[in-house]
Ligand binder design. Structure first.
Ligand code: PLP
Length: 375
């Protein structure tokens, strides 16, 4: 069944629709196959948060509209259905899955359960910083180990610093979009002391297609100290709905669950996630559209003499060969929002891969800004 944007707005009701189509941001169309993100009332191009501009599956939008009548119910049954589906998808038992209010909640629970006030977190630098903040807020010691010259995690240095703490491996890594080779990850998992917990964040798993990349979920059965975090915010286009999950052995899941609020995933996110998983086109289309727009953007940048770190994700890190902050500000003035400054890479600009039209807007704004700020 098709559901037009207009119909969707009618279903939501005028007030709710106004909230969804926030005036300043692009509106996600119901289906990737239709025309992609459109601007609602303004022309801001948002390439700052590694979101998926095509949004969730059309079936997910319908499932949410069908679920409006369930708003007065707790989400128990839907939680069970999604857990079962994810267990099947990942070839694990349902008691090995913990849903979260975004995968960010899984990272927070890991910091709380495995670092606490006297523990230690070992992360790469630069990497996705949420868990660093959560661990530090809880009083843990944080050790940051710079990425290698090929932008992979320096796993031997990270493990040497671990000594019973929590090691966070973001693969593919945000903000560099680079991967850490599968053989290196396998090796450290097999050698790690059982007291050292290893959290692999696979938020961008679906975009990675390098033969050097793999998910470590199949290794969980042999490693009680391994946890994997996944999200519905990226390939499934549900960043605003908030749903993610952790996979681990039952014992680790139970340790995390103790710190979690009950029913932390809402019924809209659950119904959308279930429908998304049942749509075979969602991942295939999302990957294809991302890799086409990414290749186009990298090609254009290359023609202008800009190198990018090889990307295995829905964003790229561009070496702009000058301090990035004036460029970020200049792009913002031209209504193009890109990633913030990452202090470890002060001359690199992180830009999310949006639709081809959005990337054209970015490239044209970049041309204007580099023209006006050329050194
Ligand atoms: C590597 C990584 N992990 C986790 C998250 C958080 O995602 P979620 O929306 O599932 O909380 C992000 C968000 O951008 C991310 O880049």
């Amino acid at each position: 069944m098709t559901i037009s944007r207009r119909k969707f707005a009618q279903l939501l009701g005028a007030g709710a629709a106004a909230t969804v189509a926030r005036p300043a941001l692009s509106f996600c169309k119901p289906a990737a196959a239709e025309s992609p993100a459109q601007f609602a009332g303004s022309s801001i191009v948002r390439l700052s948060s590694n979101e998926n501009p095509y949004g969730p599956s059309r079936q997910a939008l319908k499932a949410m509209s069908d679920a409006f009548g369930l708003a007065c119910r707790y989400p128990d049954e839907h939680t069970g259905v999604l857990v079962e589906s994810l267990a099947k998808l990942n070839a694990v038992q349902p008691d090995q899955i913990l849903l979260g209010d975004g995968s960010g909640e899984i990272l927070k629970l890991c910091a709380e359960a495995f670092t606490g006030a006297r523990g230690k977190l070992i992360s790469a630098d630069p990497t996705f910083e949420a868990i660093v903040k959560y661990a530090a807020a809880g009083g843990a010691e944080v050790v940051k180990v710079p990425l290698t010259s090929s932008y992979s995690h320096d796993l031997s240095r990270m493990m040497a610093a671990a000594n019973g703490g929590l090691v966070y491996i973001c693969n593919p890594n945000n903000p560099t979009a680079s991967i850490t080779p599968k053989d290196e990850i396998r090796e450290i998992i097999s050698k790690a002391s059982p007291q050292t917990m290893i959290l692999v964040d696979e938020a961008y798993f679906h975009y990675a297609d390098s033969p050097d990349y793999e998910s470590v979920i199949p290794l969980i059965k042999d490693h009680p100290n391994l946890i994997v975090a996944r999200t519905f915010s990226k390939i499934y286009g549900m960043a605003g709905l908030r749903c993610g999950y952790g996979v681990a052995q039952k014992g680790a899941i139970e340790r995390l669950r103790k710190y979690q609020a009950w029913d932390s995933v809402n019924i809209m996110a659950l119904t959308a996630a279930i429908a998304n998983l049942n749509d075979p086109d969602q991942v295939v289309d999302g990957r294809r559209l991302n890799s086409e727009a990414r290749a186009f953007t990298i090609g254009e940048l290359d023609r202008r003499g800009y190198k990018t770190i090889p990307s295995q994700a829905n964003f790229i890190m561009v070496d702009v060969k000058r301090p990035v902050v004036p460029l970020i500000n200049g792009l913002k003035q031209r209504k193009v929002e890109v990633g913030r400054l990452f202090p470890a890479l002060p001359n690199h600009l992180r830009v999310t891969i949006g639709t081809k039209a959005e990337m054209e807007a970015f490239l044209s704004a970049l041309r204007e800004v580099t023209g006006s700020t050329a050194t």
